[in-house]
Design a protein around this ligand. Structure first.
Ligand code: DAK
Length: 257
């Protein structure tokens, strides 16, 4: 049987995906990435799941792409592996994904966290884009997404020096949603996921899509997109239920219809 690089558990509407190559600090090799993407796509299509939490272990979320897998590769090897296509599929997952980060969150690991919609970090977590130290640059969006999160001048320093930075620095710079005591990172991510799991699933997915558009579209087009998504929700049972529940002073029960 193939190694199981992704462990999956369910807590109500929350699916928890755990990266599982602990011996190499969850270095992201191709088999792990393939399993991760297959798992995410399966859960994205499973109506019982409303939110995903992606985590590693206490020592590492992920210390980057697997350096040993690419050390001897040629340009053609890298091109034919077509890794970017794998990452594009993560970008297309419609349900929210919360990264629960402890320990090392480096290189491709940091980029993976940035593909998620929120990042909950243990206070001892260490972030970084250290690719410059091994003669390359970030290749899964780090040069673009880190700058969008923390601004050009901080991203430039972090990417050009490759230095590690703490969870608190990441939070202060806007990369991290929340910093919590070391023992609570997983619980807190699940706690946020459960809150989201109680909302209308269609509204949640539309909200995710609309927020992400802000990073890809000019403001006027983003506003137009938001307005259309807003109107479309009036075609759902959940909008009727949500507003009726408010008026009747009761808790809404969303069905995802
Ligand atoms: N790859 C492979 N193995 C790794 C690894 C990695 N990224 N990080 C750690 N390991 C392995 C170590 O080799 C070691 O294995 P053994 O020697 O025991 O067999 C084991 O994990 C434990 O690591 P250490 O012994 O080094 O542990 P320390 O506590 O001393 O140090 C460390 C921890 C995180 C500071 C250190 O391991 C380290 O610096 N790791 C490398 C961090 C790094 O440079 N990360 C960036 C890699 S480049 C792309 C998509 C993605 C990417 C590029 C393109 N496309 C879509 C095109 C991403 C690139 C990268 O992430």
């Amino acid at each position: 049987m193939a190694d199981q690089f992704i462990l999956t558990t369910l807590e109500g509407p929350v699916a928890i995906l755990t990266l599982n190559r602990p011996d190499v600090l969850n270095a992201l090799n191709i088999p792990l990435m393939d399993q991760l993407i297959e798992t995410m796509e399966r859960l994205d299509n499973d109506p019982a799941v409303r939110v995903m939490v992606l985590t590693g272990n206490d020592r590492a979320f992920a210390a980057g792409a697997d350096i040993k897998e690419m050390a001897e590769a040629s340009i053609v090897d890298m091109y034919e592996r077509n890794n970017l296509a794998r990452w594009e599929r993560i970008k297309r997952v419609r349900k929210p994904i919360i990264a629960a980060v402890s320990g090392f969150c480096l290189g491709g690991g940091c980029e993976l966290a940035m593909h998620c919609d929120m990042i909950v970090a243990a206070e001892g977590a260490q972030f970084g884009q250290p690719e410059i130290n091994i003669g390359v640059i970030p290749g899964a969006g780090g040069t673009q997404r880190l700058g969008k999160a923390v601004g050009k001048y901080r991203a430039m320093e972090l990417i050009l020096t490759g230095r590690f930075f703490s969870a608190h620095e990441a939070y202060d710079a806007g990369l991290v949603t929340k910093v919590v005591p070391n023992e609570l990172y997983r619980d807190e991510a699940i706690n946020i996921a459960k809150q989201i799991g109680e909302k209308s699933p269609m509204a949640v997915r539309f909200a995710k899509e609309a927020v992400l558009k802000a990073f890809e579209m000019p403001l006027s087009e983003g506003l137009d997109f938001e307005r259309k998504m807003f109107y479309m929700l009036f075609g759902t049972d959940d909008q009727k239920e949500g507003m009726a529940a408010f008026i009747e002073k009761r808790k809404a029960k969303y069905t995802g219809k």
